[in-house]
Structures are given as structure tokens and as C-alpha cells.
Design a protein around this ligand. Structure first.
Ligand SMILES: *[C@@H]1O[C@H](CO)[C@@H](O)[C@H](O)[C@H]1NC(C)=O
Ligand SMILES: *[C@@H]1O[C@H](CO)[C@@H](O)[C@H](O)[C@H]1NC(C)=O
Length: 363
């Protein structure tokens, strides 16, 4: 079989995945609640009211989303949305910015475009809710929930059963370390030292999530930042498909993050942390039926502004199901579906460590 045929298989597989994830929600979700921390990969509208250029509350974002424009940085659902559906939630978890008392017992989404593990990451784009501030917002949610439920042991019990997903760190590279004219980190730290300080700070933040009652925590590694169209345009690739040195820098972070997950699992015996390996999930799976080789193109699906986001009201590409990236940084719903389904049920043993989300939910 030649690899030209694989395009057809891809279409069938992706159409199947998209279809499947639309109909899984039936009856009770597998866990009572789901909290989401992170950046634009999971933001569902928290930046809409902030003074920042890092928001996506305009067309063509949301062109394939049931509710249209929402602030999601993609054409359709985010990876966090799809994982929520796979867990059996019929409604999307509401953004912190607008979540009502009636909604918060099933979870809240704190994600904020351009936010990082470090406070200053993304600051040149404007306001954002850094990971530390997302944790403060989570404390506020818990106070609210405690007041509503008025039974401490009930609330504690409830919070233990939730899935907590954290997907952050890309902006500590894209909107910090990789912009030396604005941020001094690359003068201060080697790539290895930087990965170390980031993981150290992230470790404190994950411990805070634990201390706020979490016992099932999904930690996303970073995707291959050096393959983002905006980074390729900025740095060039020397004939390679991606900016290799950026991917190498991010790999140092991912390796240390995976080790951190192992440490946290032994330090907190009553909790379960799991690491999601996006490099594995987007890597070739056999000769033809892989995700990363041609013909799924790396070029973005919309016309880009200088900062890598879509130009407002520009026409998106027509066959969005066959694009990896929607804008200069953000995956399409097709990519998000692949990532979500393989995080939920592992395909290759390296995809998740030590559990996939379907197992984590049942523990
Ligand atoms: C508080 O919740 C616990 C279970 O989490 C339950 O056993 C107990 O009856 C509740 N207390 C009140 C006063 O409702
Ligand atoms: C992720 O998976 C890739 C491909 O299988 C592997 O080379 C890499 O070591 C893994 N990364 C981590 C942090 O486990």
C-alpha cells in the first residue's frame, strides 16, 4: 500500500473520531466534576473581558463550534472540551469568568490565553491569568462551593473525586524565553536550567492543586512548539520540518515534567498524577497511518496577524478537518480530537504515563 492512500484513511479515521466524540455523553459522567487549568489550549472565554491582544472572541475562531465564537483559540472544541465529553459531561465546563453558582459543582475552567507557569510570561500581550492566579481563583471557587454545599466533609469528598487537568508551559517558551528582546530569561538561564526552574515552580503549583483537595491530576506535557507555523516563520528550520532547537529545549522540560509526575506519585500516595506525552501522541504510528507525516499540512488554516493569531473576519481554509493548525500556534479541532482521544485511551504505550484518563477516572 502506498502512502498516497493514507490521506483517505485519515479522512475516514478523523471523521470517525469527530463523530464518536459527539455521541459519547449518555447518562452520568464518570466523575462528578472536572477542573481545568492552563493557557490558550484550554481557555474557553476567560480572556474575553481582559485587556489583552491574546483573545479569540472573534471570527473565524469558533467557525466549527456549536456555540460559534466563544473565546476558544481554535475552530471547534478544545482538547479540554473533548476530554470532558469523553468523561461523559453533556455540557462544557464553564469558564471561571462567567461560571454561576449552579454550575460550579461540576467544575470550572480557569484557562487563560498567553498565561504561563511564570507570572511574567505573556505580559507583553496584555493581561492574562497566570497559573498562580488560576490557583487563587480555584480557592475562591472552593469557598463558594463550600458555602453552597454547607457540609465540609461532603465538599472534601466531592473534590477528591474530580479530574483536574493542567495544560500550561508553552507560553513560558513562546511568550517569554524565545523573546529575548523583552524577557531576560534566556540571558539568565541555559535551556536546561530554564526547564529546571519551570518544573520546580510547576511542582509547587501542582502541590497546591493537591492541597486544595485534588486526587486525580492530569499533567499535559508540551507539544512540539518548534513545529508551530508562527515559530517556523520566525526562526526558519534549516531544511528540517520544524525548528529543532526549540523542540530540543521543550523536550528538556517534558522529560523533567515526567520525572516530577513520578515523584509526586510516590510523595502523595493517596493521589494519582499522570503525564500526557504529546510528542508520542503526534508521532508516526506505522508506515502510512500516522498523524505527523504529509499530507496533513503544517500551514495555518486562517490568514495570520503578525502575532500569529487569525486576522479578524478572515476566511478560514475550507477543509479544516485536514489541517493540524488553525492559526500560527493553535491546533484545529481535528488535532485536538486526536490528542484528547489518545489521552483518554492510550494507543501507543508512551502516550500516557502511568495512566490514561479513562483509567484515572476509574481509580
Ligand atoms: C455531610 O456529608 C456527609 C457525606 O459526605 C454525610 O454523611 C453527612 O450526613 C452530611 N451531613 C449533613 C449534616 O448533611
Ligand atoms: C514521549 O514519547 C516520545 C516518542 O515515543 C519519546 O521519545 C519521549 O521520550 C517521550 N517523552 C517523555 C517525557 O516520556
Amino acid at each position: 500500500m502506498t502512502c498516497e492512500l493514507s490521506l483517505l484513511y485519515r479522512v475516514i479515521i478523523f471523521a470517525g473520531l469527530l463523530h464518536a466524540t459527539t455521541f459519547v455523553a449518555n447518562g452520568e459522567p464518570q466523575v462528578p466534576c472536572y477542573f481545568i487549568f492552563g493557557d490558550s489550549l484550554v481557555d474557553s472565554g476567560n480572556n474575553n473581558g481582559l485587556a489583552t491582544t491574546a483573545k479569540a472572541n472573534y471570527k473565524p475562531y469558533g467557525v466549527d463550534f456549536s456555540q460559534g465564537v466563544s473565546g476558544r483559540f481554535t475552530n471547534g472544541r478544545t482538547v479540554a472540551d473533548i476530554i470532558g465529553q469523553l468523561l461523559g459531561f453533556t455540557n462544557f465546563i464553564p469558564p471561571y469568568a462567567t461560571a454561576t453558582d449552579q454550575e460550579i459543582d461540576t467544575g470550572v475552567n480557569y484557562g487563560s490565553g498567553s498565561a504561563g507557569i511564570r507570572e511574567e510570561s505573556g505580559s507583553h500581550l496584555g493581561d492574562r491569568i497566570s497559573m498562580d492566579r488560576q490557583l487563587l481563583n480555584h480557592e475562591t471557587t472552593i469557598s463558594r462551593l463550600s458555602a453552597l454545599q454547607n457540609n465540609k466533609s461532603f465538599t472534601d469528598d466531592h473534590l477528591k473525586k474530580c479530574i483536574y487537568l493542567s495544560n500550561i508551559g508553552s507560553n513560558d517558551y513562546i511568550n517569554n524565553y524565545l523573546i529575548p528582546s523583552i524577557y531576560p530569561t534566556s540571558n539568565t538561564y541555559t535551556v536546561d536550567q530554564y526547564a529546571q526552574v519551570l518544573v520546580q515552580q510547576y511542582s509547587q503549583q501542582l502541590k497546591t492543586i493537591y492541597n486544595l483537595g485534588a486526587r486525580k491530576i492530569v499533567v499535559f506535557g508540551l507539544g512540539q512548539v518548534g513545529c508551530a507555523p508562527a515559530e517556523i516563520a520566525r526562526f526558519g528550520t534549516n531544511g528540517k520540518p520544524c525548528v529543532e532547537w526549540i523542540n530540543q529545549a521543550v523536550k528538556l522540560f517534558n522529560d523533567k515534567l515526567k520525572s516530577l509526575v513520578t515523584e509526586l506519585n510516590s510523595e502523595y500516595q493517596d493521589a494519582r498524577f499522570t503525564f500526557i506525552n504529546l510528542t508520542s501522541i503526534s508521532a508516526p504510528q506505522g508506515e502510512c497511518l500516522d498523524f505527523a507525516d504529509v499530507p496533513l499540512p503544517n500551514n495555518p488554516c486562517c490568514k495570520l496577524r503578525e502575532d500569529g493569531q487569525c486576522v479578524a473576519n478572515s476566511s478560514p481554509c475550507l477543509v479544516r478537518a485536514l489541517s493540524l493548525f488553525f492559526d500560527g500556534f493553535h491546533p484545529t479541532e481535528t488535532s485536538n480530537t486526536l490528542i484528547a482521544t489518545r489521552s483518554y485511551i492510550t494507543v501507543s504505550p508512551a502516550d500516557t504515563y502511568p495512566y490514561d484518563i479513562s483509567h484515572l477516572a476509574r481509580l
